[in-house]
Each structure stands twice: as C-alpha cells, then as structure tokens.
Design a protein around this ligand. Structure first.
Ligand SMILES: [Zn+2]
Length: 274
C-alpha cells in the first residue's frame, strides 16, 4: 500500500491540526462529540460515562478520535447536508431483500467530492467523504468478531485504468470507523470498464455472474459497501453471489438457505431519474 501514507497524513492533519471546516474552509470545524451530542436522546448516558467505558474496553483509538479530534466540518456545513436517507431494498433471492443504507444523497457537495476523488484522484476531498462515512452507525449487534465488511470489488482492468481503487480506500475508513475488519474473498470478473452510460438492462446483464467467491466468509454477518448506490444493482449482484448457499459440501443440504445475514451500505444514494 504505497499510497497509504500520503492520504493518511492528509486525513490526520485535517482531523487533528487544521482548525477550518473541510467544506466551506471558513468556519472552525466542530468536534465530533459536539455534533453527536445534538443527536443524543435525553436518556443517553452522559459523555463522561461513555469515555470511561471506551477506555475500559481498550478502545483507545475511538477515545482519541472522539475527544481529541477537531472534527472535519463546521456545524453549519454538517447540518446543511441530509444524512442517512431512508434505506431502500433490493431483492437478492426469493423472499429475501437486501437493505441499503447510504450516509447521504449523491448531491452537492458529496457528488462533486466523490467525482473529484474517483476520477481525478483528488485526495483533498477525502476528509469530507470520511465525515460522510462516519455518519453511518455501526450495524446493531455487529463487532470485530462476528462481522466483516465486503467492499465492492474492482476488476484488474479498472484498477489499471484508474491507478487506484477508490472504494477500497473508503472501505478502510469505514473499517476504522466501525472497528470491523475488511474481508476480501470476492473477485470481480466482468470485463466492463465502467457501468456509466449503460442502461439498467445492460448493467444487470453485465453484473450477472460478475462476482466469484474465492473463499468462504469467516463470519455470518456480511456488511457490503459501495461508494454510490443508485439502483442498487451492483450491491444486489454482490449480495446474490454471497447469499448463495454452498453446494459443494456434504453438509450443505442440512444448512439453512440463508446462511449469511447481509446488509449493505453506501457513501451516497444517487437518484436514478437524473
Ligand atoms: Zn463549513
């Protein structure tokens, strides 16, 4: 990971040193604990208690982030963006749907930031995208021992064309945010350079059988992640590949059909009617 150091340093500076908002660059950024406190319910434990619990559990990194971070956006910019749009669902098997939760909509300023990051490798947009990722609450009941994050895999062709894999960089940040490991047991084998500009039917036909499991998932909770979900077709295809029960083991017939519990997350939810 040669590219890890430069952008990690940039994120670190944005979070702990730079006092300005990473979006407007005018106002002071607001510490995450202050932004969070406005969402806390009246019966939530006081911050001091959760600090002690975090230290007790050894979650030093989360403690440092929550209490020493200057934050990435000012309160004005944070509250100007709609976070956590209503989740939507796609079918992955008969009677089974995959819920997709995005951190925000694929609109200004997230849309421009994602495009600059993906297409121009503009790492200065990463702090804003990281702020968006941090709005995704860790899925209920999931922790580092019982769940893994499955980032939308890219193809070797795309990797060569782009020179880097934006989704995997974002997934690393989600992994740190949730304290849940990444799992890379899926390979993408389609030969389509980009899904952009294709009709829904063309996308779906390309996505059919595009994902192949190279190993068995180590846990039952699989948290799928992609940068942008519009129709949810890519996450749906990935979900279908992961949902399929194993057929090459003797005990497969005795296992319940839905062996894995899947849910999906995206940085942004795009409108399909643009
Ligand atoms: Zn701002």
């Amino acid at each position: 990971m040669r590219r890890l150091a430069p952008y990690q340093t940039g994120l670190w500076l944005a979070e702990y040193v730079d006092i300005r908002c990473q979006l407007c660059r005018v106002y002071r950024s607001t510490a995450p604990s202050q932004l969070l406190s406005s969402h806390l319910s009246p019966d939530a434990p006081p911050i001091a208690d959760s600090m002690l619990t975090d230290i007790y559990r050894g979650k030093v990194a989360r403690y440092i982030h929550r209490h020493l971070s200057r934050g990435l956006l000012c309160a004005h910019c944070h509250h100007g963006i709609t976070w956590l749009p209503k989740p939507f669902r796609v079918d992955i098997a008969a009677g089974s749907a995959l819920g997709i939760q995005a951190s925000t909509f694929y609109d200004y300023p997230i849309r421009q930031a994602i495009r600059a990051f993906k297409h121009d490798e503009d790492m200065s947009k990463l702090p804003l995208l990281l702020h968006a990722i941090r709005q995704l609450p860790r899925p209920h009941g999931c922790h580092h021992d019982n769940a893994v994050i499955v980032a939308m895999p890219t193809t070797p062709q795309r990797l060569v064309k782009r020179g880097f894999d934006p989704v995997s960089i974002l997934a690393v940040q989600l992994s740190k945010h949730w304290q849940i490991p990444l799992w890379q047991g899926v390979r993408r084998i389609d030969h389509t350079v980009s899904q952009q500009g294709l009709t829904r039917a063309e996308r779906l036909s390309n996505l059919n059988n595009a994902f192949v499991l190279t190993e068995t998932p180590p846990v039952k909770r699989l948290l799928l992640f992609d940068d942008v979900a519009t129709t949810g077709a890519s996450l749906q295809a990935l979900g279908r590949a992961l949902y399929k029960p194993a057929t090459n083991t003797a005990s497969a017939s005795s296992l319940p059909t839905n062996r894995y519990h899947l849910s999906a997350y995206a940085l942004a939810h795009g409108s399909q009617y643009r």
